[in-house]
Design a protein around this ligand. Structure first.
Ligand code: GAL
Length: 729
């Protein structure tokens, strides 16, 4: 039979407490509320809350239909991620022992628990407390894991003989190995051995396929390896042209699975460099936590995908590290599609637990790699607990397992102790110095810098926000001059954390963007490294206010851009043309402009600044900043105009108070009141306090399609209004 996969995200029932009777089929449901997955067990303010607030047991119930089953058919329930431990009951019976771990998927065969042809009831007990028996917990952790069924749920019906997983290795195009190698694991749940005919197909300009027979023992599994060769017309996957192809495998009984594949080579070499498709490439990236304001990790596919786009397009990164856990499949899919390299790692933070804890961690290695090894974007597996001490036996196991499951990729293991034992292929080190050490290891990647060395808020004074950006520029410049693979800075976005980290309001202000994904000046530094052929960037890193800086004044005026030259006007008067600071930042593709000789004037001649950027002597961009700081406009922008009416889809609504030229005024901190009408839910604080003159709320769909209108009001500025449509899911 053809497999049937049904998304089971909608219409769950939820209680935010431990209701023992919830497992029972006949439990009264009056106390439950209707929710959709992805779901957070509690919505929180974006800061100023306790890390204990999401640490509780909750229950989810889902009524679902199971059709009449053909002989031999198996029914599965697939969870992409439940934070942090879960126990599943079907029709009142416990299906398996508690599942421990919130960052990797798990599945249960529930065939023997369901009533075919009838309604069924699934209940899930979710423990979201910080359990010391489960990674990352046991010590302190600088991030929050939040809670709930926060990733997709699926019902899957398969034949008694079915495909468990698929590993596709694309050939090496530069060396003319134009083929794909396909490894398939087939499961036979029947009482007698079966020989199955498998067909693997490549879907491209030259579609091709191969067939093989595989004997699978009774109640057992077997692996088949197939090669589809002679693919003459394939195009490579690279960052500017992330070409993906489909590969499918089917069984003659109708079962089938499909995945995507990209033809590329990725290698950290002994000469210190990283090579994509045999070409050296300096890796420049940022670490990403997958947490969001108000909803923790429960962001829908759309927002996960958007983060990848922000990293690639707005921050001009070529790599992201999924610190410190396997991240959303939707995020990784988007990395494949847009060409953003990924270093993915197992859950953990400094602490290594006992044997049972380590066993979960080894299982995490296995699940992460089995889930993600077909992603073209992933170039390195992180198989150590972030910043942990050496543990020879444990890390020998994780490395061996990674190499066995995926012989095509190298391993790293993120460390902060110099000269710690290297069992991995690449020495991946968090070096937070401003004067980076020259590594002894031949293959070396800096996986964290800046971060806690210089926490920076959007509402800090200009010199700090500017210095924060220059620290990133300084370190990336050093990395540019070293014979190493590159650097991944801490970090992309501000994130919620525990009391012992961060600024006391449960935020680590380490991002180059804030928790709402709005830019600090450091984001402009990253943005400016993009080739001007792709996008022109010109961003003066200034509030252009003379009294905000220690000692006053606006110099040095720092401008991030990818133009050859800038001209700075104060009012109508040109104060000169300036070149980027190639002296100090000689290893950056596009050094910042650091201007100290504007001939600043005080008093009544002070005026707006106008910056003109030139490429090849021609004007390419212009930016202005008002001198007077009076709020001119309230801005409200939705990332998306249309949502799916599935009850979980959500889009960000960015807010900003700007000067007359559209620059955010960092000290325009005044409440904005929001009003939502129509079939949507406002997620976030209302009124919103606008730290740094900006911020965001989210609009979530309900199960009802229609038109949502949102209005925003603040004192003395024109009211804003927008509409979002939701379409049947
Ligand atoms: C590192 C750690 C990160 C984060 C960072 C802050 O040591 O790996 O998770 O805490 O420091 O700068």
């Amino acid at each position: 039979m053809k497999r049937i996969e049904q998304n089971l995200n909608a219409d769950w029932l939820y209680v935010p407490f431990d209701l023992k009777a919830a497992a029972k089929a006949n439990c009264p449901e009056g106390k439950f509320v209707r929710v959709s997955i992805p779901h957070t067990n509690i919505e929180l303010p974006y800061h100023n809350f306790s890390e204990q607030e999401h640490c509780f047991v909750s229950w989810y119930r889902k009524h679902f239909a199971v059709p009449k089953l053909r002989a031999g058919c198996r029914v599965f329930i697939d969870f992409d991620g439940v934070m942090i431990a879960s126990t599943v009951f079907v029709n009142g019976k416990q299906v398996a022992a508690e599942h421990k771990g919130g960052y990797t998927p798990f599945s249960y065969d529930i065939t023997d628990f369901v009533h075919p042809g009838r309604r069924n009831l699934m209940a899930v007990r979710v423990d979201s407390s910080e359990r010391s028996d489960i990674p990352p917990y046991g010590g302190v952790v600088d991030y929050l894991t939040f809670g709930g069924i926060y990733r997709d749920v699926k019902l899957r019906l398969v034949d008694g003989v079915y495909i468990k997983h698929l590993f596709v290795r694309a050939g090496d195009v530069p060396r003319d190995r134009k083929k794909v190698d396909v490894s398939v694991r087939v499961v036979n749940t029947m009482a007698e051995a079966r020989t199955v005919r498998l067909t693997a197909r490549f879907w491209g300009a030259d579609a091709a396929g191969v067939t093989a027979d595989l004997k699978v023992p009774a109640n057992g599994e077997a692996d088949a390896d197939l090669t589809i060769a002679g693919l003459a017309q394939i195009e490579r996957w690279d960052l500017d042209h992330p070409m993906l192809y489909r590969v499918s495998v089917s069984l003659e009984n109708g079962d089938g699975v499909e995945t995507r594949v990209g033809f590329r080579t990725a290698e950290f070499r002994e000469d210190g460099g990283f090579y994509l498709n045999d070409k050296p490439m300096k890796l420049r990236g940022l670490d990403r936590h997958q947490t969001y304001a108000y909803v923790g990790q429960a962001a829908p596919a759309r927002m996960q995908r958007k983060d990848a786009e922000i990293l690639k397009n707005d921050l001009a990164c070529n790599i992201v590290r999924t610190s410190h856990y396997p991240q959303s499949p939707h995020f990784l899919d988007r990395c494949d599609e847009i060409g953003l390299l990924v270093l993915e790692e197992i859950p953990g933070w400094q602490h290594i637990g006992d044997e049972a804890w380590q066993a979960i961690s080894v299982r995490d290695v296995e699940t992460m790699i089995t889930r993600d090894r077909n992603h073209a974007s992933i170039i390195l597996w992180g198989v150590r607990i972030n910043e942990s001490v050496d543990n020879h036996d444990f890390y020998t196991r994780t490395n061996a397992l990674a190499h066995q499951l995926d012989p095509t990729r190298q391993t790293g293991g993120i460390r902060c102790i110099w000269n710690s034992e290297l069992l991995e292929d690449v020495y991946t080190m968090n070096d937070f110095g401003y004067d980076l050490k020259v590594p002894g290891a031949r293959r070396y990647l800096n996986t964290e810098f800046c971060g806690h060395m210089y926490p920076t808020k959007t509402f800090d004074q200009e010199e700090r926000v500017k210095q924060h950006a220059l620290h990133h520029a300084h370190v990336q410049n050093q990395i540019g001059g070293m014979k190493t693979a590159g650097g991944i800075g801490w970090c992309a976005f501000d994130y919620n954390t525990h009391a012992v980290f961060g600024s006391g309001d449960r935020i680590c202000y380490h991002g180059v963007m804030d928790i709402f994904r709005q830019p600090k000046f450091a984001a402009f530094f990253y943005a400016s490294q993009v080739e001007p052929e792709k996008r022109i960037v010109l961003e003066p890193a200034t509030y252009w206010k003379q009294g905000d800086k220690s000692g006053g004044g606006v110099e040095p005026l720092v401008i991030f851009g990818n133009v050859d030259e800038v001209e700075v006007f104060i009012g109508c008067e040109s104060r000169g043309r300036f070149k980027p600071d190639r002296e100090r930042y000689r290893n950056l593709p596009r050094p910042p402009f650091v201007i100290k000789s504007l001939g600043e004037t005080w008093g009544k001649n002070w005026a707006d600044v106008r910056v003109v950027g030139y490429i090849d002597g021609k004007q390419a961009a212009e930016r202005r900043v008002c001198y007077d700081g009076i709020p001119a406009r309230l801005e409200m922008v939705a990332d998306d105009k249309t949502l799916s009416a599935d009850g979980a889809d959500m889009t960000r609504i960015s807010l900003g108070i700007t000067d007359g030229y559209g620059n955010i005024l960092p000290f325009a901190i005044q409440p904005v009141a929001l009003k939502l009408k129509g079939p949507g839910v406002l997620v976030g604080e209302n009124p919103f306090s606008m730290p740094g003159g900006r911020g965001a709320v989210y609009v979530r769909s309900t199960r009802k399609p229609g038109t949502i209108t949102l209005t925003a009001e603040t004192a003395r500025l024109k009211r804003q209004k927008l509409t979002i449509r939701t379409k049947p899911a």
